[in-house]
Design a binder for this molecule. Sequence first.
Ligand SMILES: *Cc1c(COP(=O)(O)O)cnc(C)c1O
Length: 366
Amino acid sequence: MSRVWNFSAGPAVLPEEVLSRAASEMLDWHGCGMSVMEMSHRSKEFAQIIGEAEEDLRALANIPETYKVLFLQGGASSQFAAVPLNLLRPRDDGAPGVADYLVTGSWSKKAWKEAQRYGDARLAASTEAEGYTRIPKADELALSPDADYVYLCENETIYGVKFPELPDTNGVPIAADVSSCFLSEPFDIGRYGVMYGGAQKNIGPAGTVIAIVREDLIRDDVAPACPTMLKWKTQADAGSLYNTPPTWGIYICGLVFKWIIAQGGLPELKARNQRKAALLYDFIDQSALFKATVAKEDRSIMNVPFVTGDAELDARFVAEAKEAGIVNIKGHRSVGGMRASLYNALPEEGVRALVAFMERFEKENA
Ligand SMILES: *Cc1c(COP(=O)(O)O)cnc(C)c1O
């Protein structure tokens, strides 16, 4: 067996220990004689799996009881609709509910477009004209005092920009898409009204979505058009078992939570992730060939886009990297160049291999 250095933006690398454990439990989970994929979601075995997953997540991220943890499906994109459908409140005069969107890349733009279908989704800031290469400063945000929520994508996976800190929203709840930075470092859940992420970037298999929602934002009187499945109250009341949840995905997420705890928790992961990102950015910043595309203070430590400035050379880099066992490093089609995603499960050794390869490539193409 030979494993590559996988820099995929998602679905992405998972810890080898987790994959091995899942393999060893594939045919017979804990002596029950069947796979997790084959068991009822209402069985006591699965109750243990989802119960431990929630407990471990709460422990490692310090999530208090005032927040609900929901295991959902439909990908992170399903929450682009769920957020406005659950949070927008029509005004007494019949005017639609108001939300402020901070558009800092393709994912927040998609979410903003989706929200326009359900209410008055305002563009409170956008860096689109600058190619999404930075995060807007506090004084650039046109926040509405009466907004039901402020929406942002904390780490834009495609452009590689990350909010260095959350904006002050004057008490208006923040709804954040954290798909590509979820559990990459400690966070204060109290700063968020809602945080959600698709699992396939840092946590587990595609399709599974984890939403952490402040209790008072889980309401019964949501927009009448809100599908039952997208209503957080439905899922919260049913303990994420309103219908058949993505049982396999939840199981793998649970194994990843145990892996994170065994590594030393989120502070340890943050230290590792910062070390890995520094290795790559420091090399790029002194390179005569490669350039980073994002303003220094707003750089993601999870997704690192870089270019040579020559599309043909970029393509050669990607092809030769693949031969060297460095894969999925091609930039998103909307940005071009390269993108190295350095999620939790990518070992530092992989980043060293990438930097060594870049050094060699630069010498050969000087
Ligand atoms: C990947 C990604 C999405 C979309 O996730 P799906 O599961 O494909 O819907 C949304 N937001 C961010 C930040 C992402 O990285």
